[in-house]
Design a protein around this ligand. Structure first.
Ligand code: AVJ
Length: 325
């Protein structure tokens, strides 16, 4: 198996982001830093929670429509999965479409090697070519798949972590990378509506067992572990709230009393009630999602949802660059 193409200094990225984010008037730590080893395991536990309907709903839609996807995209493609993580949904797709190669792209080399090895074992004869890279930055498509038609796979509603204009930037980059005749399959959690109340939505991000709270608070543990931090974890609590004006779930770490700490050698203070904003999870309607597709160089060809209309699987074809009238 090929080695990852790039190494990435995650700890110095984290230090820079924490120093910059905690210096803002509204303190912020970017959501991508949730996924250290402990955080990745907590996220896996979240996906199995009764309140977190997203993962099982997406798997259900993928299972129901794998045949439709195969009919649309045809065999022999290189499947490029963005942010592959543990790749639990991938076998369903690969089994249906007879791909020529599978390229998992993930920032965590550890997860990547493990999941690539597991998949290679399950699909003998399939070329599995892992790429350790940040998919939000441009990366090189491995030379061995450069000549193959491609299908991008971006499940898990990860796109929803981005504000619309950032989502469009990312999707335009995917359009360039996937190339002419390319397809993109995206999983996205949808806005609240008839089949999903804001109560259901908030519960998905604030479960009774406190796993999501632990996932959020792990960022503070990570500051203590990696940045020599002195954060008193018990001074913070987890908050998840639906922001209807902006159409997103927000997660915050709330100071329950006045508190202070050092991180990467710098002092920081929060007054009681002040928060560190740690995640946005945008929830769009299907018409909004189709507009985002068109704005980023994709033709929204098909979308499938569960019976309650909570979650959508979207199949987009790359817009042609041929001359238009
Ligand atoms: C992996 C980004 C899709 O926003 O639902 C789960 C992360 N945060 N619980 C999401 C998450 C809190 C998740 N994504």
């Amino acid at each position: 198996m090929a080695q990852p193409l790039a190494v990435h200094d995650e700890t110095s990225d984290f230090a820079a982001a924490v120093l910059a984010g905690l210096a803002q008037p509204q303190k912020v730590i970017p959501a991508r830093f949730f996924y250290d080893h402990a955080g990745s395991e907590l996220f896996e536990a979240i996906t199995a929670l009764p309140e977190y309907y997203l993962t099982r709903t997406e798997i259900g839609i993928l299972g129901a429509h794998a045949g439709d996807i195969a009919a649309a995209v045809g065999p022999g493609r290189a499947v490029i999965e963005f942010g592959s993580g543990s790749s639990t949904k991938t076998p369903l797709l690969l089994r249906a479409i007879s791909p020529a190669a599978y390229v998992p792209v993930d920032i965590s080399a550890e997860f990547l090697q493990h999941s690539a090895a597991t998949l290679a074992g399950d699909f003998p004869g399939l070329a599995v070519i892992p790429v350790a890279a940040d998919f939000t930055a441009a990366f090189r498509v491995p030379a061995s798949v450069a000549a193959l038609p491609r299908l991008g796979f971006f499940p898990g509603s990860t796109l929803g972590n981005l504000a619309p204009r950032s989502a469009i930037d990312l999707l335009r980059g995917f359009a360039t990378m996937i190339g002419e005749q390319g397809w993109l399959l995206i999983g996205l959690d949808l806005a609240p509506g008839a089949g999903k109340s804001t109560v259901t939505l908030e519960a998905a991000y604030d479960d009774a067992q406190g796993v999501t709270a632990a996932f959020n608070l792990n960022l503070l543990n990570r500051i203590n572990r990696e940045l020599g931090g002195t954060v008193r974890i018990e001074d913070f609590s987890h908050r998840a709230v639906w922001n209807s004006a902006l159409g997103r779930i927000e997660m915050h770490l709330v100071a329950v009393r006045d508190t202070g700490f050092t991180a990467a050698g710098e002092p920081f203070a929060l007054v009681a009630g002040e928060t560190i904003h740690t995640e946005n999870s945008y929830k769009w309607t299907l018409p909004e999602v189709r507009l985002i597709a068109r704005a980023s160089g994709w033709v929204p060809t098909a979308d499938w949802t569960d019976a309650d209309g909570r979650f959508a699987l979207l199949l987009w074809q790359r817009e042609t660059t041929a001359m238009q009238p």
